[in-house]
Design a protein around this ligand. Structure first.
Ligand code: NAD
Ligand code: UDX
Length: 461
């Protein structure tokens, strides 16, 4: 049993929506309001077409929505009624002013804190779900204390470790739940309240409690370590290409060492997603801020290597196609930053497509889940004009269509359906030599070569 009866979550995004849906599904006695200032997003959460695509999410939402799970723009009322308030707003990299390009932009966190202060009418537990720089809880506490007369607040840190595409299974059976709180009797009581919420379905030994700063920092460090593994194997992929080694074989060989482990060693066109780059840059900024330039430089190299990997891939396409792609059609398969999501934030595909469009290529693109409007907006964001998009980009309804009359085909997202395409038809419809650039190492390379394709894969000498 828990003393928490009503939960409010500020921010109905990729984290707030699925996380709260799982809490509601597992805790039928708690009412959960998921709030957002974005009306179309809330409308989508209340419709049959959820704004976030995640395998299994529709069922979890359908099971609880309207019973103890509500999506609403009534942020103020929900705050007032809640005992516990999750803050799950975005914390993007700052694009202006001090720390631009590295520091986290905390404007949404601050606006959420001010909303809580204005509408709180009694004791509240505030939970940082967003990923934030270490010591943000202090800033939240200060804003609350200065702007509210009748609130007693406890601020907790409870970072989210779900990965997109597997959000439901990650939430259902997390490796661990991390809760940081102030080491005082009131802080301990607040931590215990949140522990009891999760204990409805997560074994107690998987619920770790720490001080606030350890919890805040651990989230940045976890993402930095995961991304570092990818940059490490990607760095080795370049060496494999030069030496005749096969990066997948190397990954298997080193990953069998239990000290290294097999996960997150898949070489690729580069990692994407809304978290890795942002959180490493945030960590780098913190290190610099605290006078640790060597530590900052060490972690920054994970991002530098990733940028190089993306650039290396587009350069490889241009070089292979006889140093010119101008006016040539390139079939691009996949635009999402990984399979099983409609999210494209920081997707490697954005940068590869940008480079190819700037080289004058015509891109025929297919992704099973990403809408056209998102693709256009992402390319606009990296400086590609509508005029160039209208002239050089075609969005296709199938992978086979995207490869028609193409000089080259590039796989940028590892969607399962790309593994079993009708490669005979694709070959027949392409210009020869028919080049394939597998940025995810998912295609049957030997089979393709036997059919006549010229195959380039990541890290295959
Ligand atoms: P998102 O952009 O999908 O969602 C954030 C939502 O917050 C938006 O819908 C926005 O309208 C809303 N919002 C902003 N200010 C508001 C306010 N004052 N009141 C109400 N709503 C407000 O972001 P996300 O991907 O869900 O990420 C949220 C946080 O979780 C970030 O800090 C991110 O780093 C972290 N995180 C993300 C992932 C992931 O896989 N996406 C995983 C772990 C942690
Ligand atoms: C990540 C963390 O995994 C998660 O714990 C955190 O909460 C949010 O950030 P996410 O970005 O959703 O999750 O997906 P993830 O599976 O980590 O993949 C990130 C990127 O790395 C993707 O572009 C993926 O394709 C790439 N990747 C992943 C590789 O290139 N190789 C790998 O071995 C693993």
């Amino acid at each position: 049993p828990t003393d928490v009866k009503r939960i409010c979550c500020i921010g109905a995004g990729y984290v707030g929506g699925p996380t709260m849906a799982m809490i509601a599904a597992k805790c039928p006695d708690i009412r959960v309001d998921v709030c957002d200032i974005n009306q179309p997003r809330i409308d989508a959460w209340n419709s049959d077409e959820l704004p976030v695509y995640e395998p299994g999410l529709d069922e979890v939402v359908a099971g609880a929505r309207g019973k103890n799970l509500f999506f609403t723009t009534a942020v103020e009322e929900s705050i007032a009624a809640a005992d516990l308030i999750f803050v799950s707003v975005g914390t993007p990299t700052k694009s202006y002013g001090i720390g631009a390009g590295r520091a986290a932009d905390l404007c949404y966190i601050e606006s959420a804190a001010r909303m809580i202060a204005e509408n709180a009418n009694g004791p509240k537990i505030i939970v940082e779900k967003s990923t934030i720089p270490v010591r943000t809880a202090e800033a939240i506490r200060t804003i609350l204390a200065a702007n509210s007369e009748n609130g007693q607040f406890q601020v907790l840190s409870n970072p989210e470790f779900l990965a997109e595409g597997t959000a439901v299974e990650d939430l259902e059976a997390p490796d661990r739940i991390l809760i940081g709180g102030e080491r005082t009797p009131e802080g301990d009581a607040a931590v215990e309240s949140l522990v009891r919420v999760y204990a409805n379905w997560v074994p107690r030994e998987r619920i770790l409690t720490t001080n606030l700063w350890s919890s805040e920092l651990s989230k940045l460090v976890a993402n930095a370590f995961l991304a570092q593994r990818i940059s490490s194997i990607n760095a080795i992929s370049a060496l494999c290409e030069e030496t005749g080694a096969d990066v997948d074989e190397v990954a298997r060989a080193i990953g069998s060492d239990s000290r290294i482990g097999p996960k997150f060693l898949k070489a690729s066109v580069g990692f994407g997603g809304s978290c890795f780059q942002k959180d490493i840059l945030n960590l780098v900024y913190l290190c610099d801020h605290f006078g640790l330039p060597e530590v900052a430089k060490y972690w920054n190299s994970v991002v530098t290597m990733n940028d190089w990997q993306k650039e290396r891939f587009s350069t490889r396409i241009v070089k292979t196609l006889f140093n010119t792609v101008r006016g040539k059609r390139i079939g691009v398969l996949g635009f999402a930053f990984k399979k099983d999501t409609n999210d494209t934030r920081e997707s490697a595909a954005i940068y590869v497509c940008r480079d190819l469009l700037l080289e004058g290529a015509n891109i025929a693109l297919y992704d099973p889940k990403v809408p056209v409007s998102t693709i256009r907006a992402d390319l606009n964001y990296v400086g590609i004009s509508d005029e160039v998009i209208d002239k050089q980009l075609t969005i296709c309804d199938s992978a086979v269509e995207a490869t028609k009359a193409a000089h080259g085909v590039a796989v940028l997202t590892e969607w399962d359906e790309f593994k079993t395409l009708d490669f005979d038809t694709i070959y027949d419809n392409m210009f020869k030599p028919a080049f394939v650039f597998d940025g995810r190492n998912i295609l049957p390379h030997d089979e393709l070569r036997a059919k006549g394709f010229e195959v380039y894969a990541i890290g295959k000498g």
